[in-house]
Design a protein around this ligand. Structure first.
Ligand SMILES: [Zn+2]
Length: 318
């Protein structure tokens, strides 16, 4: 059964994480901060970009989950323990994106001083993870305006540790928020090229529901909000039916999720329903839970959003 296996996988992950993160046995606080750089450890590349933009030259950012890494299945390593031991601050996404790793950050408060960047969002901002309610969908970065609201808490946490840098952090945060407001306007204009009837975004996993809510797309993932669940034949047949029924021309693979499942759906769709669907992947795969490599066009948050929007408009637009 799906849930049992999922729970078992999570339990194993938690036990390994607990062993690694607690192995030092020390109960010392974080290293004392005297002067910049502030040593910051973050979980995802999206958060790394945000902290770097706000912290500028006063921070040194170390990322636990690099480009292409799937956070839902991530298991901390011994190297991560070392990074965490030396960190003044830790920023993570929260909303269970990092699984039980977040509970460990909270438990080790005092040792790591960890902040969830989504902590300031309200229940009204958030989407449930599944139709039954339950946990919240963690992929908030796909609504650019919502992600921009995660910036001020980062500036506050940095300023609390490094008060001499307060005005610097606040000015950087304001500039970054302005940039993201402009990005939001620019992508709305670009997405207007996709007619309402064609606004159906099908991907490997359900990472794009905030994108769908913010920019009026119907979204559907083969896997759920987490990649840690497994898909069944029933899931694949239902998705093939949906693609054929709505004559959807293309589906999108993601850089951090294997695409075998989607390929199987397209085979079913072609064989059983006579509807051929294009698989958008390779260079044009969507970035979902991680940015592109450093120095590449999708290596920043804004670049990643622009890449995704360009790919979506070119595949679904007129
Ligand atoms: Zn995800």
């Amino acid at each position: 059964m799906r849930t049992t296996k999922w729970n078992r996988n999570r339990m194993v992950a938690v036990m390994i994480a607990a062993l690694i993160l607690n192995a030092s046995g020390c109960s010392n606080g974080p290293p004392e901060f005297h002067q910049p750089p502030v040593r910051v450890v973050v979980t995802t590349t999206m958060i790394a970009d945000m902290v770097q933009r706000v912290g500028g030259e006063r921070v040194l950012v170390d990322t636990l989950m690099g480009p292409g890494v799937d956070p839902h299945r991530y298991q901390p390593t011994a190297g991560d323990r070392k990074k965490l031991e030396n960190a003044h601050l830790v920023f993570y996404n929260g909303l269970h994106l990092e699984g039980k790793m977040a509970d460990l950050f909270a438990k080790n408060w005092g040792r790591y001083r960890a902040y969830a960047v989504t902590a300031g969002l309200t229940p009204a901002d958030l989407l449930p993870a599944d139709v039954d309610g339950g946990e919240c969908d963690p992929h908030v970065w796909f609504d650019v305006r919502l992600w921009a609201r995660c910036i001020p808490p980062v500036a506050s946490a940095l300023a609390e540790l490094d008060p001499a840098g307060r005005s610097y952090y606040e000015a950087n945060a304001a500039a970054y928020q302005k940039e993201l407001d402009e990005l939001d306007r620019a992508i709305r204009a670009e997405l207007a090229q996709v007619p309402p009837a064609k606004r159906k975004l099908v991907t490997s996993h359900d990472a794009f529901r905030y994108f769908g809510a913010a920019y009026q797309f119907e979204v559907r993932g083969l896997q759920g909000v987490s990649t840690a669940s497994e898909t069944s034949t029933k899931d694949r047949i239902e998705l093939a039916q949906y693609l054929s029924e709505h004559q959807i021309p293309a589906v999108f693979t993601e850089t951090s999720v294997p695409d075998e499942g989607l390929k199987a759906v397209l085979d079913t769709c072609h064989r059983d329903y006579g509807h051929t669907v294009k698989l958008i992947g390779g260079e044009t795969a969507l970035f979902s839970d991680s940015l592109g490599g450093p120095g590449t066009p999708a290596g920043t948050y804004a670049g990643m959003i622009r890449h995704n929007v360009r790919v979506i408009v070119s595949a679904l637009g007129n």
